[in-house]
Design a protein around this ligand. Structure first.
Ligand SMILES: CC(C)(COP(=O)(O)OP(=O)(O)OC[C@H]1O[C@@H](n2cnc3c(N)ncnc32)[C@H](O)[C@@H]1OP(=O)(O)O)[C@@H](O)C(=O)NCCC(=O)NCCS
Length: 201
């Protein structure tokens, strides 16, 4: 099992030999995952929908605006500036293997991303690796929970057996979120600084 979260967006695309320049059909967002509007704990309304290729700019700004701590927790290492290759991997998805949700506030005028959740099918075809990130100013309002629930729901409907996340030991917020969602926590056998949160679907 890989212990680099940076491989979440990579892995599915590589496993499927997916070429985003030629395989147009797989870029169409799935029709069976509707957009929804949720009310967060502070009363603000947020639209959640499938992340699409056209969201590249929103995704780039989202990562750029994360605090160093949130960025580190998400990518398990330093990503100073999200480059084009990373943004393509994060937004040009093969929805047969990958899924991602983006959260957008309904108030405020300017369109911006405030949360993203995603999974990518592992090479075994039975499990998927997930990641979730909420903009710093929006954390603690229930958005991470909603984004993960939507992701889990799709993974179940796709027949995936289990979902896992590789996280830093010290990531207390992810620990709480994962526990609340029913994930079990295990040591990462390959890296003592990390844990694996795993959910049977
Ligand atoms: C982990 C993360 C996604 C949680 O998102 P969130 O929107 O803040 O989560 P929620 O508001 O749904 O809260 C989930 C639980 O996390 C805990 N939590 C959330 N915000 C917290 C805060 N500011 N302080 C302490 N605990 C907090 C709470 O226990 C909460 O459960 P509760 O309902 O019992 O209060 C978010 O903190 C984040 O983006 N962190 C940086 C990236 C990251 O670490 N991603 C995870 C690995 S990919």
């Amino acid at each position: 099992m890989s212990t680099s979260r940076n491989t979440v967006p990579d892995r599915g695309a590589r496993a499927a030999n997916f070429n985003p320049n030629t395989d147009v059909t797989t870029l169409a967002a799935p029709a069976d995952v509707p957009e929804s509007v949720v009310t967060l704990l502070d009363g603000s309304e947020v639209t959640i929908r499938v992340l699409r290729k056209e969201d590249a700019g929103l995704e780039r700004e989202f990562i750029r605006n994360l605090s160093p701590e949130s960025r580190w927790m998400r990518f398990l290492g330093q990503i100073s500036e999200p480059g084009d290759a990373l943004i393509r991997k994060l937004t040009e998805l093969d929805y047969r293997r990958d899924m991602a949700f983006i959260a957008l506030p309904r108030q405020g005028g300017v369109e911006r991303a405030i949360g993203v959740s995603r999974y990518s099918l592992a090479p075994d075809g039975q499990s998927c690796e997930c990641a979730v990130t909420v903009a710093d100013a929006w954390q603690g309002k229930g958005l991470g929970t909603v984004l993960m629930r939507d992701l889990i729901d799709v993974a179940r409907r796709r027949g995936i057996r289990s979902m896992f996340s590789i996280d830093a030991n010290e990531n207390e917020r992810m620990r709480e979120l994962a526990r609340d969602l029913g994930f079990k926590r295990e040591r990462d056998p390959g890296d003592a600084t990390r844990v694996i949160h795993r959910l049977m679907l």
